[in-house]
Design a protein around this ligand. Sequence first.
Ligand SMILES: O=C(O)CCC(=O)C(=O)O
Length: 250
Amino acid sequence: MFSADEVHEFNSEGYVVARGLASPAQCAAIRAVAERDLAAEVAPVEYEADTRYPGAPQSLDAPGGRTVRRLLQAYARDPVIAKWAVQPEMRARLEQLLGPRVELSQAHHNCVMTKNPSYSSITNWHQDIRYWSFDRPELVSVWVALGHEYFENGALMVLPGSHMLTYSPEQVDEALFLRTDVEANKPLVRTQRRIELAAGDVLFFHCRLFHAAGHNQTAETKFSLVFSYHAADNRPRAGTRSASLPDIAV
Ligand SMILES: O=C(O)CCC(=O)C(=O)O
């Protein structure tokens, strides 16, 4: 369970880290699945070229275009992953943040991020909710470090408190990334914090928290397992991508 201070931290900062929540055995088992599926390119995957992020190869056939960036549909990939996602410890913590009766969305995140050392694009400042459609913009993303995550291998950075930010349309670009050339955003971007995680640390963050990440400048792929959860009474809007796959009761 989170302490009252940790719940307060999540509510005020938009994120909280549970250190060592995944045991070394859980991490090793999940990572083994990810390494196996990455080596065999087990579908469905998202390639670097698919992301269209800055620095991504222009097409699948460009050098590095077919570098796997995400192993999609993580929940359905292997029972080891599914078990992790709906374990009682996860439910207990998520209920503290979201309220009773929590569901996992299979339509969003639900992936293992595989940030490759040779080809990895950067992810600009964004809110996860930007393309998601739910009755209320109240979801929690849960990011499990399957190895050490630090600035040089492209770890996440966050803008603390930005989940409560109201901003004008000029502050974001057409893909809803925060524009770093806009004067009003500069002080905000200076508040950035780097989130360093050890294997097994788990970052819980609000779907409106602005976050970003850089390239992987090291020699090893960075693996992170990521899911999104919502309260059962916060329904995905019919006809949208958010409603395209059944939610899983936690
Ligand atoms: O590891 C990264 O580049 C960040 C990915 C991310 O922020 C996202 O998928 O929402």
